[in-house]
Design a protein around this ligand. Structure first.
Ligand code: FEO
Length: 394
């Protein structure tokens, strides 16, 4: 496994690359694995560890720090177990160490890990701790993506330890984000899945951390950014209120009718200069779907009807879309039914969080006929006009 690696004098990258993990939270696909980064900072007087690792990789972290005789602080930027999970073992090994968290984090660490509250030190927003010649400043950044989250700024070295914030699910031997195309997609996937619902507050958090001069952003998933603007600018684009000129079509087809409708829509929208992302939910990686929901101006769900309602995979996709709250301005539903349907009403009830204008749905009985294609063409024309109105299509 990966040995501890020097970033700069007295600052080290520890933790584990989890090459083979393919599912996170038993929900999110991880095509590139992930990493749990932990950072060791040795000051002249005191030593700190920033974040730990997922309990599955506890042995790796303990091996990496086995020659460290004294640890004064274990900083917990975020209480979720993939970072905090090994805090109990670290506190066990270093009897004088304190776990440093936000006040909200204290409750979570006690409840989730049964850490003795006496071992916990809470820090207020912008509070600092001196390690001697190195100063850690704690900046509260709530809701990236839990209520208690903070980042740790190492003042003298201008390093921001950001935990999930700016992170990417990617296992790599590269210490830095050198393969930017690959890291961009992995970071966007991660943003889409867990940060997107909080984009308004994330905007404030970006402004807050930008008040500091930053040379390196060291997240607790994925490689370190030695060009911080690469990821900060990407985040600014993702959180902006302005969508892009794209349509996401997520669909299921049982006997091919809905698929014919989808193919018509995709071709016709493309002819009008609109980018379309087509996802068959029977085979789609929902992370890919989420990535494209970040920017889409319009979302279309295509469903057959089964037991009067939408296909269960569509219900799942609608639930996920409602949970991640993309910035889309328009939505519609298309599909086919055998003999009767309540699909539109049922889907509409599943997406109360989406602040979208619903464009007239197109449902047809059986195989689509000319009149159904005409209705689809009307929908395309409406989408074209709407994209023009909001200025994403010139
Ligand atoms: Fe990487 Fe929210 O934990």
């Amino acid at each position: 496994f990966m040995k501890i690696r020097k970033i700069k004098d007295n600052i080290y990258l520890a933790g584990a690359a989890d090459w083979d993990r393919r599912l996170f939270d038993s929900l999110i696909p991880l095509p590139d694995g992930t990493s749990y980064n932990s950072y060791l900072i040795k000051g002249r007087e005191k030593t700190a560890l920033v974040d730990t690792v997922d309990p599955a990789t506890v042995d790796i972290l303990l091996e990496q720090i086995k020659n460290i005789d004294n640890l004064d602080y274990v900083i917990s930027n975020h209480s979720e177990q993939d970072h905090s999970g090994v805090i109990p073992q670290v506190l066990d090994k270093y009897k004088n160490a304190k776990c440093v968290v936000t006040p909200k984090g204290k409750d979570l660490i006690v409840e989730h890990l049964h850490v003795n509250p006496d071992r916990i030190k809470t820090v207020e927003d912008f509070e600092t701790i001196s390690l001697g010649n190195k100063t850690l400043e704690f900046i509260h950044t709530p809701w990236v993506h839990w209520p208690e989250t903070m980042v740790t700024y190492l003042k003298e070295d201008k390093i921001l330890f950001s935990c999930d914030f700016f992170g990417s699910h990617i296992a790599t031997t590269d210490m830095y984000a050198t393969d930017e195309m690959r890291v961009y997609e992995a970071a966007k996937r991660y943003y889409a899945e867990i940060m997107m619902p909080f984009r308004t507050i994330i905007k404030k958090n970006i402004e807050k951390v930008e008040t500091r001069e930053i040379d390196l952003i060291a997240p607790s998933h994925g490689p370190i950014y030695n060009k911080p603007n690469f990821i900060i600018d990407a985040y600014k684009d993702w959180i902006s209120d302005t969508p892009k000129n794209s349509v996401v079509i997520a669909y299921i087809s049982m006997h091919g009718s809905t698929r014919k409708m989808v193919e018509y829509l995709v071709n016709s929208l493309a002819e009008k200069g609109i980018t379309v992302y087509q996802f068959d939910l029977a085979v789609t990686d929902i992370g890919k779907l989420a990535i494209n929901l970040v920017d889409a101006a319009t979302i279309i769900l295509g469903t057959p009807t089964i037991h009067f309602g939408p296909h269960p995979n569509i219900i799942y996709a609608a639930y996920i879309a409602n949970a991640v709250k993309p910035k889309a301005k328009f939505a519609s539903i298309i599909g086919s039914y055998g003999w009767g349907t309540k699909a539109v009403e049922q889907i509409a009830g599943l997406i109360p969080n989406l602040k979208v204008e619903v464009l007239t749905p197109v449902l047809c009985k059986g195989l689509p006929l000319n009149q159904d294609y005409q209705s689809l063409e009307k929908l395309v024309e409406t989408i074209f006009q709407k994209h023009k109105e909001i200025g994403v299509l010139q």
